[in-house]
Design a protein around this ligand. Structure first.
Ligand SMILES: [Zn+2]
Length: 241
């Protein structure tokens, strides 16, 4: 049996990744396979009960088991471009003081451009979730430095992007005009880059973060499998010393 850490339901399997995404990748003859992504479970993708993706489940596991949040301490959370199911989960964490931010979504609490988050003062959040946002942003160095600025000392930022394990260099072009080219090179119509792993980490460190790469060993044997997360998945946590 598998368990979803977001909704706590149990069932034999998660749903696979939607066919339309796979068909688009196939049509464009992309040079990589979906299995080349570091954190993506193609065959056990979404929760049949709450629709949480494998990465949502990874963040929920981290928040439940590895976040240092002793009882009574207020946890100031900033959720950037919130995913609906995970948003509800984060709001329900003990002592959470939750804000969500998005440039476009009317569902978010605050309308914020991640490259200029002047709405928030320095060091005002203990937990930041920034998942699959930076690959959309024209100037990711600016965005990373803003994330670092608003993170409190001792805080944690979940910093995740699609990482292609076969890529040796980051491929980026915010001005690529062709939709098909954007799909083929960056993995999606509205992405402006595809990160190579070493380069993503270097950029985060350049912004000031100490980065922890938490793989299956950090969570304990069998934990990833039980929650439908592939063994090659890695959670990146940016810390501010
Ligand atoms: Zn679920």
């Amino acid at each position: 049996m598998r368990t979803c850490p977001v909704c706590s339901c149990r069932f034999p399997n998660f749903y696979p990744l939607g066919r339309s995404y796979l068909e688009t990748a196939h049509r464009l003859n992309v040079h990589y396979s979906m299995e080349d992504y570091e954190t993506l479970n193609v065959s056990q993708y979404s929760c049949p009960e709450c629709a949480a993706s494998d990465r949502d489940r990874l963040y929920a596991l981290y928040a439940m088991h590895m976040l240092n949040n002793p009882d009574g301490t207020v946890l100031r959370i900033l959720d950037i471009a919130p995913a609906p199911v995970l948003s509800g989960f984060l709001r329900s964490l003990p002592n959470a003081r939750y804000r969500s931010a998005d440039l476009f979504s009317p569902m978010a609490d605050d309308k914020v451009d991640i490259m200029d988050m002047n709405l928030y003062t320095d060091e005002s959040f203990d937990l930041i979730v920034c998942s699959h946002v930076l690959e959309h942003v024209r100037d990711d160095a600016k965005a990373m430095s803003e994330l670092y600025r608003v993170l409190a000392k001792g805080g944690s930022a979940i910093l995740m992007v699609p990482i292609l394990l076969t890529a040796t260099e980051t491929d980026e072009d915010p001005d690529e005009p062709s939709v098909d080219e954007r799909w083929a090179r960056f993995g999606q119509d509205d992405h402006v880059r595809m990160y190579a792993r070493h380069d993503f980490l270097a950029r985060l460190e350049q912004a000031g973060f100490h980065v922890d790469a938490l793989g299956t060993g950090a969570f304990g044997e069998g934990v990833f499998k039980q929650h439908g997360i592939t063994e090659q998945s890695v959670l990146y946590i940016g810390r501010k010393a």
